[in-house]
Design a protein. Structure first.
Length: 191
């Protein structure tokens, strides 16, 4: 008489592991811990993957080249730039006039505050520092591309721009209130 087969215990799968297993060919991702949107208890965390392919700030943060305060300051700068950029557009005289076109959007209070913060940041960082932060955070350039735009090549220039960018992020963290000044003299934050 044949024996009955024993069923093997199945592998227990983790229900909370919602990371993608099949990634696109050219993907560059880093794991990050975030609040669980499907959690029953507040404050539960899950590990997710975020793309760092076209995000130099996330790449620097995931490789531990910048700390959390610098990362948050960079994101605040990007947020202010997006708010300020959404303002009124110039009239294009080459386009044909159309009756019933959209009326211009008025400048909101959020846009005005964002522009004022950006003006303060430009004064604090200086013209070169502000352009460097803009090129990296808004345009998404690498340090090598920043150097090439200025006609400067080589590893020493890439290292210089990387150090200067970190100094600018430190300054942004102080301005936005994500860090405290070391020497006891504290600047007023913008937030």
């Amino acid at each position: 008489m044949p024996r009955a087969k024993r069923s093997r215990p199945r592998k227990a799968t983790l229900a909370h592991d919602r990371r993608a297993q099949d990634l696109p060919l050219n993907s560059e991702v880093a794991s990050v811990e975030i609040d669980d949107p499907l959690a029953l208890e507040p404050g539960e965390k899950i590990v997710a993957l975020r793309s760092i392919r076209n995000d130099p700030l996330a790449r620097l943060h995931s490789h531990r080249h910048i700390d959390d305060a610098q990362y948050r300051a960079g994101r605040a700068f990007q947020d202010d730039w997006e708010k300020a950029e959404r303002g009124p557009r110039a009239v294009d005289p080459t386009r044909e006039y159309v009756d019933g076109g959209r009326a211009r959007e008025p400048i909101t209070e959020r846009q005005r505050r964002a522009v004022l913060r950006l003006n303060t940041i430009e004064r604090e960082l200086g013209a070169d520092g502000f352009v460097l932060v803009h090129e990296v955070l808004v345009l998404g350039l690498t340090m090598e591309q920043v150097g090439l735009r200025r006609g400067l090549r080589g590893q020493r220039w890439k290292d210089y721009f990387a150090r200067r960018f970190q100094e600018c992020l430190d300054r942004l963290a102080l301005i936005y209130g994500f860090a405290i000044a070391r020497g006891g003299a504290q600047r007023a934050s913008l937030r």
